[in-house]
Design a protein around this ligand. Structure first.
Ligand code: ZN
Length: 147
């Protein structure tokens, strides 16, 4: 597994953390689960929800299994559903329409419950930042809302 490069990892306040990351390739899945778990733990909040979001229009947040074959399959699915080398209107001003369209399909956030101080995920579920037009510097917002 590639090592996650975290450029900064700071709390804006007790319940919002901005994680800046440096992606390494054009399209990749970066497992951020441990950082999200740590952010929730540091709040001391035991019950609520955690919203993981990104402000980028060519990046996404998804939850799925961190298995190397599956990650290749997901990248293959992107190419099958939204091929890079196709004629897109947006490419007249910016050569990354495929990245925007893939981000539209994936969405920009995920929400998970927080119970007993931990995010609730299944055994094989992991949280990923999906780079769709890298390498770039990216940020992920982790917000924990107490209930
Ligand atoms: Zn663009």
């Amino acid at each position: 597994m590639k090592k996650l490069i975290i450029l900064s990892n700071s709390f804006i306040n007790k319940r919002v953390r901005i994680m800046d990351i440096q992606t390494k390739t054009q399209t990749e899945l970066i497992d951020i689960t441990d950082s999200v778990r740590a952010a929730v733990k540091e709040t001391g909040i035991t019950d609520g929800i955690c919203v993981i979001s990104t402000r980028h229009s060519t990046g996404s947040i998804i939850i799925n299994e961190n298995e190397s074959g599956l990650k290749k399959d997901i990248l293959g699915m992107f190419e099958n559903l939204v091929p890079e080398n196709k004629s897109y209107a947006h490419n007249q001003i910016d050569n990354n329409a495929h990245a925007h369209l893939r981000a539209v399909l994936l969405g920009m956030s995920e929400t998970v419950p927080v119970e007993d101080g931990h995010i609730v995920l299944g055994t094989w579920q992991r949280i990923f930042f999906v780079e769709l037009d890298g390498p770039r510097r990216r940020s992920v917002n982790i917000k924990i809302v107490e209930s």
